[in-house]
Design a protein around this ligand. Structure first.
Ligand SMILES: [Cu+2]
Length: 156
């Protein structure tokens, strides 16, 4: 009885380690022909109402569109684009983000991004949280977002 329990515990511990290692090394997700690379969010200060989320979308299949995103960490997740209006960078909500066939689309600071609106708690560096992405054709996938501190030298 004791022996069985101990080996079970060891097996569970090894399985957990294996999963953690895989997540840290790869940190990309697949949904059919679409690969979702390095989903991350910026760490936020206490009281900050919203935060930015970023990832890359590589599409080896037919034209598709990212139509919505949702996460437990905030009331809603909006898809945003940034553009210059005169001398000012402004962001505005878009209905969908096009993911053309054979292309890689980057959601990154200063460009297309996700916005976690109405954060329930600050996003802390090192935390991860699930994010559900919905594509028009490929359907839905849940990815793990890692919370990172903004680093201007770190190109995504
Ligand atoms: Cu935004």
């Amino acid at each position: 009885m004791m022996k069985l329990t101990r080996s079970l515990v060891r097996a569970l511990a090894l399985a957990t380690l294996g999963l953690a290692a895989t997540a840290a090394q790869a940190h990309s997700f697949k949904l059919g022909a679409i690969e979702i690379g390095h989903p991350y969010a910026r760490a936020t200060a206490p009281g900050q109402p919203s935060g930015g989320g970023y990832l890359s979308l590589s599409n080896a299949g037919a034209n598709d569109r990212l139509v919505s995103a949702s996460a437990e960490v905030s009331k809603s997740v909006e898809l945003h684009t940034m553009s210059m209006e005169g001398d000012v960078m402004r962001m505005r909500q878009v209905d969908a983000i096009e993911v053309p066939a054979g292309k890689k689309v980057e959601l990154k600071p200063g460009g297309l991004h996700m916005m976690f609106i109405g954060l329930k708690a600050p996003l802390k560096q090192g935390d991860t949280f699930p994010l559900k992405l919905k594509f028009e054709k490929a359907g839905e996938v849940t990815v793990q977002v890692s919370v990172e501190v903004p680093d201007t030298s770190h190109k995504h």
